[in-house]
Design a binder for this molecule. Structure first.
Ligand SMILES: Cc1cc2nc3c(=O)[nH]c(=O)nc-3n(C[C@H](O)[C@H](O)[C@H](O)COP(=O)(O)OP(=O)(O)OC[C@H]3O[C@@H](n4cnc5c(N)ncnc54)[C@H](O)[C@@H]3O)c2cc1C
Length: 434
């Protein structure tokens, strides 16, 4: 019996139900396919920091596999085309992967199930909880976060992660290509490397330094590694699992006592889970301008304003600083993401999906559910019961960067320019107008 395990956002060996299930085979081929470069909303390809972080994570995974007598086959191309060739060439009897939201991801699995004459098995993915537990508690996923959180907190505790490495069967005899090394180094501003070891080190440091005990007060800090956990890059690629973080927080609480901040980290992990389940439920609606409800909102597309936002060349120094930070490091604080997104949507009147696509290109912690879910939230077409968030950027700057240190550090001050006015017709045209 020969199986393929297809890695997606689960680049680790421990706490990995899918890999354990696939390991029942006699021979196991481990495969990863690079994210496909699709043009979308004026954006194409991966930003250099995101590409670097993925590369490093793959190299680390391949290194961790060596002592277990395994290797990682990294290929490019559509799963719909590449995987059937592998199945045929190596006489594979089962394909395993982990649950992962996204409409291309769902389509790939649908097509593979149609084309392949073998079982295509999806295992629990990167969420804290199992699908059956969520479906049991919330047969209909609540439209906003709070009722979801209340139900989960009352009824569920995340499983303890399994720390054992699986016993992996050997790979079939084939030529494994060398995984290309990253083309650039981590930026000086954020020297984080991909891979499970680096993620574990960061978790340990965040807990042992006591930073977690102040997290609720410091989480809006604009710099990474200072106030918030900065665990998102490893979480998003699955180098570390949310269950592991929840369990480490529980251990910390058992040893040092719980406080508001230790709870708040778990609270944020619940947000991540909520967006994960929403994204799975919503499918292609996650990428529609009006979201699941198809809400019609007027917006425009003025390409020069979009280009200025991407380049960090707007009349808002703080937004410019955030955008420079994003492009050079691949990371931006939650507060920064909220303000930059609000600026694009509510000040420039641009379709939120253009901003989401730009974030998708650059964020080293890009996660389909959290990214598109949060953009929808701010645009008022998603999970926000208040119908969207428009931030007063000057007020936010006064509150979160009162001395302008962050804005200065990221070169936010640019000569003011006139705002371009938009095209003649509001877009998209409301059905009522046609
Ligand atoms: C417009 C916008 C786009 C976003 N895009 C992404 C994305 O692509 N990937 C991503 O992981 N997060 C995204 N977020 C959520 C959040 O900004 C990041 O998770 C957080 O800034 C990561 O830093 P941290 O690990 O230090 O977070 P912490 O504050 O330490 O939180 C711990 C963990 O909780 C989760 N979390 C925290 N806040 C949120 C949230 N609002 N939504 C979902 N999960 C959350 C993350 O997994 C995070 O690592 C986005 C937010 C906005 C407003």
């Amino acid at each position: 019996m020969r199986a393929i395990y297809w890695f997606r956002n689960d680049l680790r060996l421990h706490d990995h139900p899918g890999l354990v299930a696939a390991s029942a085979a006699n021979e196991l081929l481990l495969v990863y396919l690079w994210p496909k470069q699709r043009p979308w909303c004026n954006t194409q390809g991966l930003g250099e920091q995101r590409e670097r972080f993925i590369s490093e994570s793959l190299l680390e995974l391949a290194k961790d596999l060596q002592p277990l007598g395994q290797n990682l086959l990294v290929l490019q191309g559509s799963p719909e085309l590449v995987i059937p060739d592998l199945v045929r060439d190596y006489g594979v009897d089962a394909l395993h992967t982990s649950q992962c939201p996204g409409s291309y991801e769902a389509r790939a699995l649908r097509v593979l199930r149609e084309r392949l004459d073998i079982p295509v098995l999806e295992h629990p993915g990167s969420a804290l909880f199992k699908e059956a537990d969520i479906a049991g508690l919330c047969p209909e996923l609540p439209e906003s976060f709070s009722p979801f959180r209340r139900r989960i907190e009352k009824n569920l505790t995340a499983d303890e992660p399994s720390r054992d490495l699986p016993q992996l069967p050997a790979p079939p005899a084939l030529q494994f290509h060398r995984i290309p090394p990253p083309r650039i180094k981590p930026p000086l501003g954020l020297p984080l490397r991909g891979g499970s070891d680096a993620g574990q080190r960061r978790l340990k440091q965040f807990l042992e330094s006591g930073a977690i005990r102040r997290y609720k007060q410091t989480r809006n800090c604009l710099d990474p590694l200072e106030g918030s956990s900065t665990l998102s890059p490893w979480l998003s690629l699955g180098s570390i699992s949310a269950r592991e973080i929840a369990s480490a927080v529980r251990e910390h609480e058992a040893a040092h006592g719980p406080n508001e901040s230790t709870y708040w980290l778990y609270f944020e992990l619940l947000w991540r889970d909520y967006f994960f389940w929403r994204a799975l439920r919503d499918g292609v609606a996650l990428f529609r301008h009006g979201g699941r409800e198809g809400a019609v909102s007027r917006c425009t597309f003025e390409p020069r304003n979009f280009a200025r936002w991407c380049a960090g060349d707007t009349n808002h120094p703080l937004v410019n600083a955030f955008m420079h930070q994003l492009v050079s490091t691949g990371w931006m604080s939650n507060r920064g993401r909220q303000i930059a997104a609000s600026c694009l949507i509510h000040d420039f009147g641009i379709d939120w999906r253009y901003g989401a696509a730009f974030f998708e290109k650059h964020l080293i912690d890009y996660d389909v559910g959290s990214n598109y879910g949060n953009w929808q939230y701010i645009a008022g077409v998603g999970a926000d019961p208040r119908g969207g968030r428009a931030f007063n950027i000057d007020k936010q700057a006064a509150q979160y960067d009162p001395d302008g240190v962050f804005t200065q550090k990221w070169d936010g001050h640019r000569p003011p320019q006139p705002m371009y006015v938009t095209d003649a017709a509001d877009w998209p045209i409301s059905p009522k107008d046609t």
